[in-house]
Design a protein around this ligand. Sequence first.
Ligand SMILES: Cc1cc2nc3c(=O)[nH]c(=O)nc-3n(C[C@H](O)[C@H](O)[C@H](O)COP(=O)(O)OP(=O)(O)OC[C@H]3O[C@@H](n4cnc5c(N)ncnc54)[C@H](O)[C@@H]3O)c2cc1C
Length: 371
Amino acid sequence: MHDVVVVGAGPAGSMAAWAAARAGCDVLILERRAEIGVPKQCAEGISARALREAEVPTDGPWIAQEIRRGILAVPSPDGLRTFEAEGVHGYVLERKLFDRWLAARAVEEGAELRLLTEARGVLREDGRVAGVKTSEGHVRAEVVIAADGIESRVGRSAGLVPPLKPDELCTCAQYEVVGRVRYEDAFTILFDPDRIPGGYAWTFPKGAGRANVGVGCRGRRPRRLLDELLRGPLSRLVEDARPVELNVGGVPVCGPLERTYDDGILVVGDAARQVNPLTGGGLNAALICGRIAGEVAAEAASEGDPSAARLKEYQERWEKELSETFEAAREAAEVAVSVSMEEVLEFLEGVEEDLEEVLRSAGVLERHWWG
Ligand SMILES: Cc1cc2nc3c(=O)[nH]c(=O)nc-3n(C[C@H](O)[C@H](O)[C@H](O)COP(=O)(O)OP(=O)(O)OC[C@H]3O[C@@H](n4cnc5c(N)ncnc54)[C@H](O)[C@@H]3O)c2cc1C
């Protein structure tokens, strides 16, 4: 019997496992893959604040590039119009190294990691979650943390994670490319509602002429769209882009689950839909919510009280940290899906001189953790 079993060694799971192990618990992490962080399904952008709060050093090989600016690009008759906001502080990661480092930190703290072990559902005793059924047999635990990503087999089997509806999902395609990257220190967002319905394209630089170049949208085949954009407006942001890797994946943009706990179980990260509905970014929340989940699970296990009433503290704490961010992002995302190209351009031209100030005074940079 373990104190805490964490399903999934992504950022949310490794963060939870680290926090619980640090609190002195017996922690087991189950990961279905042989290798952590592979395949990469991410543009790898993260805020400086999230790394600071997760106590992740920024001088390791998991940092590809520091970011100091955000650039909004919109198509215009003569090419691309760009609008710049200083004051953004973040990083582009090497996710394969980052995820592995986070997992190793949890193991160093005392957690046990079992690779090639797939969780198939929750184990119930006396009506409450008491562990997980895995490809290698049953594992019992005081508290299960479902950090098993967008599919969340464990969260679904616990009855906490409903299936995503089509309009709650953004589909993404991305190439890691080598090429001539126009902005080496900026996240660049290409906003083109006519061509990219309900989404945007991006270039996130990785240093030394490398970048992640991708698109996330609703309702179109993203890879075909990405190829079109690379022949069009994206070619102005990365010239002569030559792919070295293809990444595809889905992002839940419905906002967090209303309930992320039950007797004996917590749900965290993409599994809990703790993803910014405007940007599709989930790393910031995965780290902060993962840590809270690990801390609360550890306390509940050591008190011998893994009841829903005890575990509710997890939900209260992450909501205190992030519900304002999620709500503001949800409202902004609703506007973004209905706005026309002309309206976008008119707005940006109106605030061009002081875009940073406008974003800052509206609380956008702070609320989304980029300031
Ligand atoms: C194309 C794309 C670009 C993105 N870009 C960004 C970005 O730039 N910035 C950002 O913040 N977010 C981005 N995201 C979102 C971000 O990648 C996720 O929010 C983040 O990875 C969530 O972390 P997680 O730990 O919750 O889940 P995951 O990273 O998905 O980790 C889940 C882990 O659980 C394991 N697992 C799953 N099921 C089981 C099981 N049954 N048993 C055992 N193990 C299991 C998986 O193998 C995996 O290791 C992007 C997503 C996509 C698709």
